[in-house]
Design a protein around this ligand. Structure first.
Ligand SMILES: C[S@@+](CC[C@H](N)C(=O)[O-])C[C@H]1O[C@@H](n2cnc3c(N)ncnc32)[C@H](O)[C@@H]1O
Length: 212
Protein backbone atom coordinates (compact mmCIF):
# COMPACT_ATOMS: atom_id res chain seq x y z
CA UNK A 1 0.00 0.00 0.00
CA UNK A 2 3.05 2.30 0.27
CA UNK A 3 5.74 2.91 2.88
CA UNK A 4 4.00 5.69 4.83
CA UNK A 5 0.70 3.79 4.87
CA UNK A 6 2.43 0.58 6.02
CA UNK A 7 4.34 2.38 8.80
CA UNK A 8 1.19 4.08 10.13
CA UNK A 9 -2.19 2.50 9.38
CA UNK A 10 -0.59 -0.84 8.42
CA UNK A 11 1.02 -1.03 11.85
CA UNK A 12 -2.22 0.03 13.60
CA UNK A 13 -4.25 -2.48 11.52
CA UNK A 14 -2.08 -5.35 12.81
CA UNK A 15 -2.33 -4.04 16.38
CA UNK A 16 -6.14 -3.73 16.20
CA UNK A 17 -6.79 -6.87 14.14
CA UNK A 18 -7.74 -9.32 16.91
CA UNK A 19 -9.94 -6.72 18.64
CA UNK A 20 -11.71 -5.88 15.35
CA UNK A 21 -12.45 -9.55 14.70
CA UNK A 22 -13.44 -10.47 18.29
CA UNK A 23 -17.20 -10.06 17.79
CA UNK A 24 -17.12 -12.00 14.49
CA UNK A 25 -15.05 -14.81 16.01
CA UNK A 26 -17.46 -15.15 18.93
CA UNK A 27 -20.51 -14.99 16.65
CA UNK A 28 -19.41 -18.01 14.58
CA UNK A 29 -16.24 -17.23 12.63
CA UNK A 30 -14.07 -19.22 15.02
CA UNK A 31 -16.33 -22.26 14.60
CA UNK A 32 -16.14 -21.88 10.79
CA UNK A 33 -12.36 -21.81 11.06
CA UNK A 34 -12.42 -24.93 13.25
CA UNK A 35 -14.64 -26.85 10.80
CA UNK A 36 -12.43 -25.89 7.84
CA UNK A 37 -9.20 -26.80 9.60
CA UNK A 38 -10.57 -30.18 10.69
CA UNK A 39 -9.74 -31.21 7.10
CA UNK A 40 -6.06 -30.24 7.36
CA UNK A 41 -3.45 -32.96 7.59
CA UNK A 42 0.14 -33.93 6.79
CA UNK A 43 2.43 -31.09 5.73
CA UNK A 44 0.42 -27.88 6.01
CA UNK A 45 1.13 -24.41 4.64
CA UNK A 46 -1.06 -21.51 5.80
CA UNK A 47 -1.02 -18.41 3.59
CA UNK A 48 -1.27 -14.93 5.16
CA UNK A 49 -1.64 -16.28 8.69
CA UNK A 50 -2.07 -12.77 10.15
CA UNK A 51 -1.87 -12.73 13.94
CA UNK A 52 -2.31 -16.51 14.15
CA UNK A 53 -6.05 -16.82 14.84
CA UNK A 54 -6.08 -20.33 13.30
CA UNK A 55 -3.10 -21.63 15.19
CA UNK A 56 -4.78 -23.45 18.08
CA UNK A 57 -7.51 -24.87 15.81
CA UNK A 58 -5.33 -27.28 13.81
CA UNK A 59 -6.14 -30.95 14.41
CA UNK A 60 -3.71 -33.62 15.60
CA UNK A 61 -3.06 -35.05 12.11
CA UNK A 62 -0.90 -32.07 11.15
CA UNK A 63 2.72 -33.27 10.90
CA UNK A 64 4.39 -30.04 9.80
CA UNK A 65 3.05 -26.49 9.91
CA UNK A 66 4.48 -23.54 7.98
CA UNK A 67 2.84 -20.15 8.47
CA UNK A 68 3.38 -17.54 5.80
CA UNK A 69 2.99 -13.85 6.63
CA UNK A 70 4.67 -11.16 4.49
CA UNK A 71 3.44 -8.12 6.44
CA UNK A 72 6.13 -7.30 9.03
CA UNK A 73 3.66 -5.93 11.61
CA UNK A 74 1.45 -9.01 11.34
CA UNK A 75 4.50 -11.29 11.26
CA UNK A 76 5.75 -9.81 14.56
CA UNK A 77 2.42 -10.66 16.22
CA UNK A 78 2.34 -14.06 14.54
CA UNK A 79 5.78 -14.89 15.95
CA UNK A 80 4.55 -13.90 19.44
CA UNK A 81 1.48 -16.16 19.08
CA UNK A 82 3.70 -18.95 17.74
CA UNK A 83 6.14 -18.60 20.64
CA UNK A 84 3.29 -19.03 23.13
CA UNK A 85 2.07 -22.17 21.34
CA UNK A 86 3.29 -25.67 22.16
CA UNK A 87 2.99 -26.61 18.49
CA UNK A 88 6.12 -27.06 16.41
CA UNK A 89 5.97 -24.72 13.41
CA UNK A 90 7.91 -22.27 11.30
CA UNK A 91 7.10 -18.77 10.05
CA UNK A 92 8.07 -17.43 6.62
CA UNK A 93 7.66 -13.83 5.46
CA UNK A 94 7.44 -14.75 1.77
CA UNK A 95 4.40 -13.62 -0.26
CA UNK A 96 1.94 -16.19 -1.61
CA UNK A 97 2.87 -15.17 -5.17
CA UNK A 98 6.45 -16.41 -4.71
CA UNK A 99 6.47 -19.43 -2.42
CA UNK A 100 10.00 -20.43 -1.41
CA UNK A 101 9.16 -24.15 -1.51
CA UNK A 102 9.77 -26.95 -3.98
CA UNK A 103 6.99 -28.40 -6.11
CA UNK A 104 4.68 -30.86 -4.27
CA UNK A 105 5.95 -29.86 -0.80
CA UNK A 106 2.58 -29.79 1.01
CA UNK A 107 -0.50 -31.95 1.53
CA UNK A 108 -2.71 -29.05 2.61
CA UNK A 109 -2.68 -25.31 1.93
CA UNK A 110 -4.95 -23.13 4.07
CA UNK A 111 -6.23 -19.64 3.25
CA UNK A 112 -8.65 -17.80 5.53
CA UNK A 113 -9.55 -14.23 4.53
CA UNK A 114 -6.37 -13.93 2.46
CA UNK A 115 -7.23 -13.94 -1.25
CA UNK A 116 -9.08 -10.64 -0.76
CA UNK A 117 -5.74 -9.03 0.04
CA UNK A 118 -2.95 -10.71 -1.95
CA UNK A 119 -1.91 -8.27 -4.70
CA UNK A 120 -1.88 -10.95 -7.45
CA UNK A 121 -4.41 -13.71 -6.62
CA UNK A 122 -3.91 -15.53 -9.95
CA UNK A 123 -0.16 -15.86 -9.37
CA UNK A 124 -0.77 -16.92 -5.75
CA UNK A 125 -3.27 -19.61 -6.80
CA UNK A 126 -0.81 -20.93 -9.40
CA UNK A 127 1.81 -21.15 -6.66
CA UNK A 128 -0.64 -23.01 -4.38
CA UNK A 129 -1.19 -25.60 -7.12
CA UNK A 130 2.56 -25.92 -7.66
CA UNK A 131 3.47 -26.58 -4.01
CA UNK A 132 0.60 -29.01 -3.40
CA UNK A 133 1.24 -32.71 -3.79
CA UNK A 134 -1.04 -34.32 -6.43
CA UNK A 135 -4.18 -35.12 -4.43
CA UNK A 136 -3.32 -32.36 -1.93
CA UNK A 137 -5.99 -29.82 -1.04
CA UNK A 138 -6.48 -26.10 -0.67
CA UNK A 139 -8.89 -25.36 2.21
CA UNK A 140 -10.36 -21.89 1.89
CA UNK A 141 -12.61 -19.57 3.87
CA UNK A 142 -12.82 -16.26 2.02
CA UNK A 143 -15.09 -13.26 1.81
CA UNK A 144 -15.98 -12.68 -1.81
CA UNK A 145 -17.89 -10.79 -4.47
CA UNK A 146 -21.65 -10.95 -3.84
CA UNK A 147 -23.86 -13.11 -6.04
CA UNK A 148 -26.54 -10.44 -5.62
CA UNK A 149 -25.98 -7.87 -8.40
CA UNK A 150 -27.06 -4.91 -6.27
CA UNK A 151 -24.64 -5.73 -3.44
CA UNK A 152 -21.86 -6.46 -5.97
CA UNK A 153 -22.36 -2.95 -7.39
CA UNK A 154 -21.91 -1.50 -3.90
CA UNK A 155 -18.77 -3.61 -3.46
CA UNK A 156 -17.42 -2.10 -6.69
CA UNK A 157 -18.32 1.45 -5.61
CA UNK A 158 -16.79 1.08 -2.15
CA UNK A 159 -13.80 -1.05 -3.16
CA UNK A 160 -11.31 1.82 -3.01
CA UNK A 161 -12.16 3.34 0.37
CA UNK A 162 -12.55 -0.15 1.85
CA UNK A 163 -9.14 -1.16 0.48
CA UNK A 164 -7.64 1.89 2.19
CA UNK A 165 -9.37 1.09 5.48
CA UNK A 166 -8.72 -2.67 5.25
CA UNK A 167 -4.98 -2.70 4.61
CA UNK A 168 -5.29 -3.67 0.94
CA UNK A 169 -8.48 -5.78 1.19
CA UNK A 170 -10.51 -5.89 -2.06
CA UNK A 171 -14.15 -6.46 -1.06
CA UNK A 172 -15.29 -7.41 -4.59
CA UNK A 173 -13.03 -10.31 -5.54
CA UNK A 174 -14.48 -13.46 -7.10
CA UNK A 175 -12.09 -15.91 -5.46
CA UNK A 176 -14.12 -18.98 -6.48
CA UNK A 177 -13.65 -17.95 -10.13
CA UNK A 178 -9.90 -17.57 -9.47
CA UNK A 179 -9.78 -21.13 -8.09
CA UNK A 180 -11.91 -22.46 -10.97
CA UNK A 181 -9.53 -20.88 -13.51
CA UNK A 182 -6.43 -22.27 -11.76
CA UNK A 183 -4.90 -25.74 -12.14
CA UNK A 184 -6.87 -26.80 -9.02
CA UNK A 185 -10.17 -28.68 -9.17
CA UNK A 186 -12.97 -27.29 -7.01
CA UNK A 187 -14.41 -30.03 -4.79
CA UNK A 188 -16.88 -28.15 -2.64
CA UNK A 189 -18.04 -24.56 -2.12
CA UNK A 190 -20.42 -23.52 0.65
CA UNK A 191 -21.85 -20.03 0.78
CA UNK A 192 -22.39 -18.22 4.06
CA UNK A 193 -21.99 -14.88 5.79
CA UNK A 194 -19.11 -13.35 7.69
CA UNK A 195 -20.73 -12.69 11.07
CA UNK A 196 -20.94 -9.13 12.44
CA UNK A 197 -19.46 -7.72 9.22
CA UNK A 198 -20.49 -4.75 7.08
CA UNK A 199 -22.64 -5.94 4.10
CA UNK A 200 -19.87 -5.41 1.51
CA UNK A 201 -17.67 -8.03 3.21
CA UNK A 202 -20.46 -10.34 4.36
CA UNK A 203 -20.60 -12.83 1.43
CA UNK A 204 -18.40 -15.75 2.48
CA UNK A 205 -17.35 -19.01 0.83
CA UNK A 206 -15.70 -22.01 2.41
CA UNK A 207 -14.62 -25.19 0.74
CA UNK A 208 -11.80 -27.14 -0.79
CA UNK A 209 -10.02 -27.63 -4.10
CA UNK A 210 -7.68 -30.46 -5.06
CA UNK A 211 -4.54 -30.54 -7.11
CA UNK A 212 -5.22 -33.21 -9.78
C1 LIG B 1 -7.57 -10.07 6.56
S1 LIG B 1 -5.98 -10.66 6.97
C2 LIG B 1 -6.34 -12.38 7.37
C3 LIG B 1 -5.40 -12.95 8.40
C4 LIG B 1 -5.68 -14.41 8.80
N1 LIG B 1 -5.53 -15.29 7.67
C5 LIG B 1 -7.03 -14.59 9.42
O1 LIG B 1 -7.78 -15.47 8.99
O2 LIG B 1 -7.31 -13.88 10.40
C6 LIG B 1 -5.17 -10.79 5.40
C7 LIG B 1 -3.76 -11.31 5.52
O3 LIG B 1 -3.20 -11.55 4.22
C8 LIG B 1 -1.85 -11.16 4.29
N2 LIG B 1 -1.30 -10.93 2.94
C9 LIG B 1 -1.31 -9.78 2.24
N3 LIG B 1 -0.64 -9.93 1.09
C10 LIG B 1 -0.21 -11.21 1.06
C11 LIG B 1 0.56 -11.97 0.12
N4 LIG B 1 0.99 -11.44 -1.01
N5 LIG B 1 0.83 -13.25 0.45
C12 LIG B 1 0.38 -13.80 1.58
N6 LIG B 1 -0.34 -13.13 2.50
C13 LIG B 1 -0.63 -11.85 2.25
C14 LIG B 1 -1.88 -9.91 5.14
O4 LIG B 1 -0.61 -9.55 5.59
C15 LIG B 1 -2.84 -10.33 6.23
O5 LIG B 1 -2.20 -10.98 7.28
Amino acid sequence: MGRIYDATWGRAFAALYDRCFKAAEEAGLREMRRQLLAGAGGRVLELGAGTGLNLDLYPGGVEQLVLLEPDPHMAKRLRETAAASSRSLSVSEAPAERLPFEDSSFDTVVSTLVFCTVPDPVAAMTEVARVLEPGGRLLFLEHVRAEDAGLARWQDRLERPWRFLGDGCHCNRDTVATIAASPLQLDRVEHGKLPKAPPIVEPLVSGSATRP
